[in-house]
Write a protein that binds this ligand. Structure first.
Ligand SMILES: [Fe+2]
Length: 274
């Protein structure tokens, strides 16, 4: 099963990114959003910057010119992610670890909860993991292949040398991929990561473009007591860098089954050739 970015509308994914916008910019964005009322639920779940990009991509060229003339410099500056490049913290690399799948699952899509059309879902706390892949200038990276892998709710990886292999959850996909579009957004439906012997909960990430590995890292749960005891988390000594890979797993607003949402933006140290 594929989880579509568009279906985030119904799920009211709470995007925590709050770029600074002046009141006038907000009013302009609101006016534009009114014209895109059909997309409104979808737009409401994107960051202001992603909303702007979406609108710009969908305006006719004439409208776009008219809008740009009216909007003036402040929103135009705001809309250029590169304008904030100096504030960007590059996501630190982390070890790949020994459990990148040595055999891929039958299904490698972005829904790790359901394998193909299976009826039984994976065990665990369902979590929507989303974020953007940005290059070193803060521009969204299109056609980045985002891969994640993690252990199941019982601590078993999709790997022949995993611990707890005999109890592995056969319904958990364990690995997934997402190819980014022009906004650099990605989305996975997976489980909240759990700890296993020697490690605090984490999700492994690998970002590739044109077959090249651009970044391998891990994402952690903010406030988890296991983090402080985890040698790999602690190996990132700079607090700001550690914060960049440690994110909130918060209840998804309006979710009936207690699903969670987490947002993990990845800033690459390179600008991939386009
Ligand atoms: Fe791991």
């Amino acid at each position: 099963m594929v989880v579509s970015l568009a279906t985030r509308a119904e799920r009211k994914l709470d995007v925590d990114e709050k770029p600074r916008m002046c009141g006038e910019d907000k009013a302009r964005l609101l006016r534009l959003k009114r014209r895109f009322s059909f997309h409104r639920p979808f737009l409401d779940n994107l960051s202001a910057c992603a909303q702007f990009q979406f609108i710009m991509q969908n305006l006719s060229s004439l409208d776009r010119r008219r809008f740009l003339t009216r909007a003036g410099m402040s929103l135009a500056l705001f809309a250029v992610p590169g304008a904030f490049a100096e504030q960007l913290i590059r996501t630190p690399a982390q070890t790949e670890g020994p459990f990148y799948p040595d055999h891929l699952p039958l299904d490698t899509d972005n829904d790790l909860i359901v394998i193909n059309d299976a009826i039984t879902p994976a065990v665990g706390e369902i979590t929507y993991m989303s974020g953007r892949i940005l290059d070193a200038n803060g521009d969204p990276v299109r056609n980045a292949l985002v891969e994640i892998w993690q252990c199941d709710n019982g601590g078993a990886y999709l790997h022949s040398h995993t611990g707890n292999a005999e109890k592995r959850d056969r319904n958990f996909q364990g690995f997934g991929r997402f190819l980014t579009g022009s906004t650099g957004e990605y989305l996975f439906r997976t489980i909240k990561p759990v700890s296993y012997p020697g490690r605090t909960p984490h999700i492994h990430y690998k970002v590739k473009a044109k077959g090249k590995d651009l970044l391998t890292t891990q994402c952690y749960i903010k406030g988890h007591p296991g983090n402080e005891k985890d040698g790999i988390w602690r190996s990132v000594r700079d607090e700001k860098l550690r914060d960049a890979i440690t994110v909130d797993f918060a209840p998804l607003k309006g979710a009936k089954a207690g699903e969670l949402a987490a947002r993990f933006d990845i800033v690459l140290g390179v600008t991939p050739e386009s």
